[in-house]
Design a protein around this ligand. Sequence first.
Ligand code: NAI
Length: 532
Amino acid sequence: ASARRTPEGGLIKVESDSTKYEEEGIRAIFTDRGADVVQGGDGKFSVKKTEKNYEFYTKSKVGKVGLMLVGLGGNNGTTVLATHLANKHQISWRTKDGTQEPNYIGSVVRASTIRLGVDPETGKDVFVPLSDMLPMVHPNDFVIGGWDISGVSMDKAMSRAKVLEWDLQRQLVPMMDSVKPLPSIYYPDFIAANQADRADNLIPGDDKQSHLDHIRNDIRQFKSDNQLDSVVVLWTANTERYADIIPGINDTSDNLLKSIESSHEEVSPSTIFAVASILEGVPFINGSPQNTFVPGCIELAEKHKTFIGGDDFKSGQTKVKSVLAEFLVNAGIKPLSISSYNHLGNNDGKNLSSQRQFRSKEISKSSVVDDMVAANNVLYKSAAELTAETGEVTKKGEHPDHIVVIKHVPAVGDSKRAIDEYYSELLMGGRNVMNIFNECEDSLLATPLIFDLAILAELLTRVTYKPEGEDEHKPLHSVLSLLSYMLKAPLVKPGTDVVNSLNRQRNALEQFLKACLGLEHSGDLLLNTRIW
Ligand code: NAI
């Protein structure tokens, strides 16, 4: 999972007339097959098969990629930099269990595989690492930098985070003590008051336009100082409170830009970073739950054809929930309630102990089972059915009760504990209670996701498509919903449905990577194993 690199020219070569390897990229024809379904008045579903051809083009040159983290001095930020350096310099360290080598375990890109097809000789499945599907940046090659409102140098910030073993930290100090995060924007109203004592590394003044210009300049400077071909900006700073969506203020891109100009109070630091990235033409990913992407911000990204992704890393509890809830509902079992408790002792937990910041997290953790419930109208009555049954108009269909509690317990540090109870209805009125207790270092879950998000976002900037019959290639839609696997409350193209199912999110990623090579998704039909 660490140092292995893809051979020059790639690991996979598709032998087909519809996949061409050109000097600068891979050109592939892909047929998107689907079905249009219409339900008639008699209740019958009429299904029409659909087919559309696309040409995908993926530029092969990855170049030198910068990763700028907002919140570089936090638990995630320091763990990202330390993990990158330990892998890059092959630093091993001693623990009570022996010598530990660095790796990228937990990264879907670096440590998981995709089934490519079957070996015709043996009939056995052939798997390849996801990172070998298309040319992608290796996390050892990122140039990492970023901002923090806390000006502590990175070695001290790593020690403050208390995530990594001392013997590793000790060896990393000489590589990190000269690195200091860039000064950042601090609007105290957006994060918890208990963060104020960290805020000593600030861009002066309170003029939001000049803050925006400052961040834009930081991105340009970082790019030129390090001679980068591209940059990805990612928010892993404190969770902010929600911004109010106010007509005339942040509802359209023009209004949002005007509100920054007039320093309107509802423009958050994270939105300023997103706008700066959009205007600089670099992807911006939001790893925290707040609504950074107010409607005006999404519209701005669409206008500039730049990329955004979010919200909120999906590292532990929610990931398990999106798997378990889907398992139960797809097994025909009916969850009646899901009750989630968390306690953690790191600075994230301290910030979330404040009500308005907790509320952002509560919202992002709560929507995760919605689509699975909506997909099964055998178990859960739709709003229309409930209205017809009770005579009272309701807009919401039947749904399991769902609560989320988060408490700050300093003693447990970064080792977060998540406790979930799933209470479900079984056959003939029976009941089932399932409890999950999940304990692990939060930043060791989030860090590989940060690498994945940055690697995939950079890749997706190099992919263009052309529908059959059209002349020009276009970039993908600005909202990178293909990153949903790593995000709790996936942002999707306006007007389209959110998919929370972890399996479906991973399939989407796998199928997309295959489509860029002109390969069909082979799925799990395995027909040759079912027939004579
Ligand atoms: P942390 O509190 O250790 O780090 C956040 C850093 O952001 C701090 O160093 C703080 O000084 C800095 N900061 C705050 N406002 C800033 C601003 N305006 N500009 C620049 N820096 C700023 O938190 P941690 O554990 O690293 O988590 C980071 C974020 O990721 C949190 O919002 C958390 O909710 C989110 N997250 C973390 C997950 C995990 O598993 N660790 C999972 C899901 C989300």
